[in-house]
Design a protein around this ligand. Sequence first.
Ligand code: NAD
Length: 652
Amino acid sequence: MSKGTIERVAVLGAGSMGHGITEVTAMAGYDVTMRDIEAELVEEGYDQIEWSLEKLEEKDRLDESAAAVLERIETTTDLGEAVADADLVIEAAPENLELKHDIFTDLEDLTDEDTLLASNTSSLPISDIADVLENSERVLGLHFFNPPVKMDLVEVIYGEQTTDEVAEAGYEWVESIDKTPIYVRKDIRGFVVNTVLGPFGGEAAWMVSEGEATIRQADAAMVHRRGYPMGPFELADMTGIDIGYHVRKEADDPIPPIIEEKVENETLGQKTGEGFYDYENGDGADYEPGDGDGFDTLRIEARLANRAAYIVGEGVSTPEEVDTGVRLGLGFPEGICRRADRIGIDTIFEKLETLRDETGSDRFEPHPYLEQLLEEGRTGEDAGAGFYEYGTDENGLDSYHNLNADLEDGVLRVELDRPERMNALSEDLLAEIDDLFSGVDTDEIRCVTIEGAGDRAFSAGADISGFASTKPTDMMDVTPAFETVNDFPRPVVARIDGYCLGGGLELALACDLRLATERSQFGAPEIGLGLIPGGGGTQRLMRILGETRAKELVFRGSHIDAERAQDWGLINRAVDREEFDDVVEEFVSDLRNGPPIGLEVAKKVMNEGEDASMEAALAMESQGFGLLISTDDVLEGTAAFAEDREPEFEGE
Ligand code: NAD
């Protein structure tokens, strides 16, 4: 089988998931046929794709026109026609095993034996779906999240018979459509993301059922104290309380009484107007930050970590995969393995044992993998190892969790890696930036670039979810990260594509040069929150833009586009997306090949001179000049000039 050559894709089902999967497949350049059972359903799905593509086009998020993408999509109600030439078929029909069996039985007859057969099921085991096939090696799970066009994650699931070759082909295909795959190497119920998520709502429901907490207390604590994007009850109301109920029933898990009661009364959440909160006569999820005091968040997080231990311990996925899964799939503020390492594996283990002994419930039984970590002394970050190893790589770079740093050929490329939160600057991310820029060996570096992961933002601001729980006095401490970047002895280039707002703008201002795509947006929206830009934002804006423009940006709090940002001198260049990489590389190449000491002195003298009197600034300049004149780089520079060749600076 040659699985590396997927050209045509067929998607079965034009519903919520099917049309979204079709859309992202076509956006990535594949020809795709979408099939549903009735013409009307196919049309509805197609109309939704058209609407969505037009929206993306308006926001300049397509590399081509919406019409060009649509041209790659065909629709049909005929299964044979849909899959005849397909190299990959993705089934996204309703969640019903018998129906899926019928579809896969037909697929075995109608497709070439090289064709990959994938199901987008969220809860049925892939092996159960595949067992109607004579040869089920080519069946795998490709579990997209809703809506596919926005959600980056896809779980790539092995059924019992799936070969590595098939799973790898699926994984590579997911990468080729610009999504982030994670392997689920064993066909466990709920795969990775939903397995971790289970106790988030489940344990909270037990605590409320047992009178140990209130609904608002649980939601407020998990959101405002622990940074989750939604509280467990708010989330259940949004997805439907009956959905979680059925998942638990199927898994034979005991059901917390409060969930049983809601299902009996048919108050199932937002869709029925009432669930844990009242959406018709009340204000919906109306908890306040202070409501969360006294809630035992560790009880929930210990269980989440125990699920992660099960997944890692059983060889289903790696800690990195679990963490990518919960961050991209659920918007968790950080990976659960990472969080467990910070809480301490010993603390989690003790918590689980205590709860097990107190309640007698086996849901607190620590997974043997946690015990193994403890035996190996891997109790978490403080001990240097837990789920992860904490150390330095061959370039002396620490292992980071919120950013990626890669040093090659003198260029340190830094990527803010929280795409699920538009690279919002959390306290942890800022601490990592500070640590990186203050600890890295500058001798190895000629220049630095900073960019945002994902395709939406450089950074959309500070992570406000952390704010409400922070004491005002803590917030007054200006994070050192921006100063560390500003003072870094090598040129730092902000590579901006998308939103660059609030804290993100402040970080960009701390860089020396700013290059942006034309679609980028800039702004200091803090005033809308009753705040002012921090991290030196107000001051650097005054210096860079002058009072007139700086005050407009800060007082009005509205966005400006890249063209205006360039006019105002906020950025060095606004560039078409297609040319962006080339323009950045031209800048990087000049800085990388420039004289390191000369650039260091220029940066220092220009930064520091700005705050000094002209006289003092000129003194700094001439001192810098004097220092440079005796360097080998100046000899090399002048010799190269005389010999009409490119200089080769050594930084000496
Ligand atoms: P949906 O009901 O919105 O769409 C299913 C579509 O499949 C319908 O239009 C239906 O007419 C069509 N269909 C029925 N029989 C078919 C057949 N034989 N061939 C082709 N199409 C057929 O459902 P959905 O939410 O898109 O879910 C589809 C699958 O994706 C399910 O397995 C579900 O578990 C999974 N899933 C759903 C979500 C979600 O949030 N909705 C997320 C991830 C995975």
